[in-house]
Design a protein around this ligand. Structure first.
Ligand SMILES: [Mg+2]
Length: 373
C-alpha cells in the first residue's frame, strides 16, 4: 500500500493566558499539522510546533523541511517501516520538529494497520496519565495565584518556571511552597537561566529554608554538561536535563558522565517516537528515570508523546504534558482526552483522530509534485 499524498497545514490555537519562561513569552500556539493519506484512503496525523528558542526551527523552516521529507515519501510502500524511518531521519540533517511531525503520522498509520491503539502497538499497557502543569514566569504574586488556582483544579504537581534572577526566584519558590502546602510536588525549571554557581547557591538556600522540591530542570546552558555535573556533585536536589538532551547520543554522553539524575524526553527535540524510545532505552541501561515533556504543542503530538511514554512506563515515570490544557480550545476531534490533570488515551486504532478543525492547508504533495524540487 503506497503513500498517495501528504498535506501540510497550520492552525493557530489561542492560549488561555500567555506562557512565559526565561526564554520566551507566547500567546498563541502555532500548530503545524501533517496528514498522510495512503492509496487505500487510510489517514495518519502528525503535528509539531515551532519553538525557535529551543530547537532553532521556525514555522517556515519546519514547513520547508516537511516538504523536502514528504517529497521523498510519496509513492513509497507504507508497510516498509525501515525505509520510511530512514527517509524521515536521513533526508535532512537536524530539523527535529519536522521529523517528529511526519513520523507521528507514520506511527498513526502503522498502528491503524496493526488494528491497535498506538500505545499497544508500541508495547504499552498504561492508558491513563496524570500530568503536572506549568506555572509561567511572572511576578511572585501572580505565580502564587496561578499555583493556587492549579491546585484548586486538581493538579498535584507544579512546574515552576524560573530563571530570570536567582534572588527573585528564591522568593517565588518560597511563596508558592508555603501557599500550596507540602503535599504538592514542586518541580523547578530555570530554562538555562543560571550559572552553575548560582544554581548551587540557590539549592543550598532552599535547603536552609527547609523547602523541599522534587527536582530542578536545566538550570544552566544546554551545552554546559560539566556545569550540570558540578551541580549534581554539590547538591542533593535531583537534576533533570532538558535542553541538554536532543539525541540518544546526548543522553549517553550525559549519563556516562553521571552529570544528571533525570532526563526530559520531548518528541520535538529528538525527532519523534523512534528516537524517544531509544533515549528511554539508554536511560534504562543507566537506571535513570525520565520525564515525558512537551513544548507548546497541540493535542495530536502531545497525545503521541503519551502513547510513547506508555510503551516505556517503567522508565518514564514523570509526566509533563500540559500544553493542550493551556489552550482555549482544541481543534482536534478524537484522539487523547485532556481533562484537568487527567490524560486518557484513545482505544481507537492509531491515535484515534477523526478530524481537525480550522487547519489552513498550505501544501499538498502527491505523485505529480514528488520530484520537481
Ligand atoms: Mg524545560
Amino acid at each position: 500500500m503506497r503513500i498517495q499524498n501528504i498535506e501540510i497545514g497550520s492552525s493557530d490555537i489561542l492560549l488561555k493566558t500567555p506562557f512565559k519562561t526565561a526564554l520566551r513569552t507566547v500567546n498563541t500556539l502555532e500548530s503545524i499539522i501533517v496528514r498522510v493519506t495512503t492509496e487505500s484512503g487510510m489517514v495518519g496525523y502528525g503535528e509539531t510546533a515551532p519553538t525557535e528558542a529551543i530547537t532553532g526551527d521556525s514555522k517556515h523552516s519546519i514547513l520547508d523541511a516537511l516538504e523536502v521529507i514528504s517529497r521523498c515519501m510519496i509513492e513509497k510502500d507504507i508497510e516498509n517501516k525501515e525505509r520510511l524511518l530512514s527517509l524521515v531521519h536521513h533526508t535532512v540533517e537536524k530539523n527535529f520538529n519536522a521529523k517528529s511531525a511526519i513520523e507521528i503520522a507514520l506511527y498513526d498509520l502503522w498502528s491503524q494497520m496493526a488494528e491497535m491503539p498506538l500505545y499497544r502497538y508500541l508495547g504499552g499497557e498504561k492508558n491513563l496519565f496524570k500530568t503536572g502543569i506549568t506555572i509561567s514566569l511572572n511576578t511572585k504574586e501572580i505565580m502564587v495565584a496561578d499555583a493556587l488556582e492549579a491546585v484548586k483544579n486538581g493538579f498535584e504537581s507544579l512546574k515552576i518556571k524560573l530563571g530570570d534572577d536567582p534572588i527573585e526566584d528564591i522568593s517565588r519558590v518560597e511563596a508558592i511552597y508555603w501557599a500550596v502546602g507540602k503535599q504538592i510536588s514542586l518541580k523547578l525549571d530555570a530554562n538555562q537561566g543560571w550559572s552553575p554557581e548560582e544554581t548551587v547557591r540557590f539549592l543550598a538556600d532552599l535547603e536552609k529554608k527547609a523547602i523541599a522540591v522534587e527536582l530542578i530542570e536545566q538550570p544552566v546552558k544546554r551545552e554546559d554538561f560539566e556545569g550540570l555535573k558540578a551541580i549534581k556533585e554539590r547538591s542533593t536536589t535531583p537534576i533533570l536535563a532538558d535542553e541538554s538532551i536532543f539525541s540518544p547520543e546526548d543522553a549517553r554522553v550525559l549519563l556516562e558522565m553521571q552529570a544528571v539524575d533525570l532526563i526530559n524526553i520531548k518528541l520535538d527535540k529528538c525527532g519523534g517516537i523512534y528516537k524517544a524510545l531509544e533515549i528511554a532505552d539508554i536511560c534504562q541501561e543507566y537506571g535513570v528515570q525520565c520525564m515525558i515533556g512537551c513544548m507548546l504543542e497541540g493535542a495530536i503530538s502531545v497525545g503521541a508523546a503519551a502513547h510513547m511514554a506508555s510503551a516505556r512506563a517503567e522508565m518514564i515515570t514523570l509526566y509533563d504534558l500540559d500544553a493542550p490544557i493551556l489552550c482555549k480550545e482544541s481543534p482536534v476531534i478524537g484522539g487523547a482526552v485532556f481533562e484537568g490533570a487527567d490524560i486518557r488515551l484513545s482505544e481507537k486504532f492509531g491515535l484515534g483522530i477523526k478530524d481537525i478543525k480550522n487547519v489552513k492547508w498550505l501544501t499538498n504533495i502527491h505523485k505529480g509534485t514528488s520530484n520537481n524540487r
